[in-house]
Ligand binder design. Structure first.
Ligand code: PMP
Length: 410
């Protein structure tokens, strides 16, 4: 199977109004997709339609609009469950995004299971959102944050991971794909190893869900979290998938709104799943936009998207490597469409600023993964990250722009 044909790619790009603009008189080359993807017209239209005709609070209305909005919102829950192959819609909780999903688990799962001295096991490549909540939870219980270190390629040492599991952490929390390096972790194997030690596993899927097919039952993960805005959907909405057996036992983390059953002045009983974890008025427009983003991904074919991105990644990597002084940060055998690099004698933000003036949008800095930067002994990197709509022609312009920036700075 190949990536997209030229006409398929053209058709795909035409669905994204933001791609058809010029920056400083140059056509925009958008390579900051790991931070957030652009939105296709059907996502924008779905949000506009909701606010134009359907706007209403959900779950509490007897009138037409409220019932329609409730049904549409719950339809998306079922759609998300199908998309990640959850056993039940009740296992899908809507949140504000990956960060909120992880904080919810850290707070609620922490209350359920953590005692003095308990630990969490993460890897050395985690985004701060999948690091700081566990670091704080461990600190609050006088426990230790266990870290499976990276090697020089940016891969986790599986031997050390296995050894750390023997210390019986209460939870393993690992990213599927590193946003800073592009490393794809062997999560199926890592989950099986943790389960062999009776340890539940959370997967941070922020960087994987828009690039490969996810089947939470096949993976057998206990939790899987992701954000709408990195998968062509809107900001401010995300998902927490959790196995029912955990979500049933976990206490609610925020109070008020639809998460209650009966309330008296001195007692409250809580609603059933999934509502127990959705306090207050939810982001209805965001959820509907997320549903449209899933439609987009399914229509476009996720496997083709993944292949297309790998073709661009390998093409751009090979070309970049021929630029003198360039150092690619992260060379994992299994990697996704992210290239992090530094250029000897230059600062990443100087390269990023020059690229911007040439219409090429990349991200520079530590990418919310400061321990990764420390591991590679760099202040930050320049990061280009690819999405379904990027092309080989854009990769050419990107590499030429890097070459020009290097010539100007060195
Ligand atoms: N984890 C990873 C791997 C990420 O790339 C990101 C976003 N850069 C997050 C977590 C946090 O996602 P959000 O800001 O959407 O909550």
């Amino acid at each position: 199977m190949n990536g997209f044909t030229a006409s398929e790619l053209n058709e795909l790009r035409n669905q994204f109004p933001a791609l058809h603009q010029s920056i400083y008189g140059k056509p925009l080359i958008y390579l900051d997709n790991a931070a957030t993807t652009q939105k296709p017209q059907l996502v924008i239209d779905r949000i506009t339609k909701y606010y134009t005709f359907e706007n209403c609070n959900i779950h509490r209305g007897v009138h037409y609009l409220s019932q329609e909005a409730t049904a549409a919102y719950e339809d998306v829950r079922a759609k998300v469950a199908g998309f990640i192959h959850a056993a039940k819609s009740e296992e899908v909780i809507f949140t504000r995004g990956t960060t909120e999903s992880i904080n919810l688990i850290a707070s609620s799962f922490g209350k359920l299971l953590f005692e003095t001295g308990d630990s969490v096991l993460i890897t050395g490549m985690e985004h701060h959102s999948n690091l700081v909540p566990w670091q704080q939870l461990c600190k609050n219980h006088n426990g230790e944050l266990l870290v499976a270190e990276l090697d020089e390629r940016g891969e986790v040492s599986m031997e050390q991971y296995g050894k750390l599991l023997e210390q019986k952490p209460k939870l393993v929390a690992i990213t599927h794909i590193s946003n800073a390096l592009g490393t794809v972790n062997p999560i199926k194997e890592m989950i099986a190893m943790a389960h062999a030690n009776d340890i539940p596993v959370l997967i941070d899927g922020a960087q994987s869900v828009a690039h490969m097919r996810i089947d939470v039952q096949e993976l057998d993960c206990d939790f899987f979290v992701f954000s709408g805005h990195k998968m062509y959907g809107p900001m401010g909405v995300g998902v927490l998938y959790g196995k029912q057996k955990w979500l049933e036992q976990m206490p609610p983390w925020q109070f008020g709104g639809e998460m209650v059953d009966q309330v008296s002045l001195h007692e409250t009983t809580f609603n059933q799943l999934p509502f127990k974890f959705e306090a207050g008025t939810p982001n209805v427009a965001g959820v509907l936009g997320l549903g449209a983003a899933i439609d987009f991904l399914q229509q476009t074919d996720l496997e083709k998207i993944g292949l297309h991105e790998m073709i661009i990644l390998n093409y751009a990597l090979e070309k970049l490597k021929s630029i003198p002084g360039i150092r690619i940060i992260g060379n994992a055998a299994e990697r996704a469409g992210v290239i992090s690099f530094v250029v000897e004698g230059t600062h990443p933000s100087d390269i990023g600023t020059l690229l911007d003036k040439m219409g090429v949008a990349v991200r520079t800095g530590h990418h919310c993964a400061q321990p990764v930067m420390t591991h590679f002994n760099v202040p930050g990197t320049v990061r280009a990250s690819f999405a379904a709509y990027n092309s080989l022609a854009e990769a050419d312009i990107f590499v030429e722009a890097v070459q020009k920036a290097v010539n100007m700075l060195c």
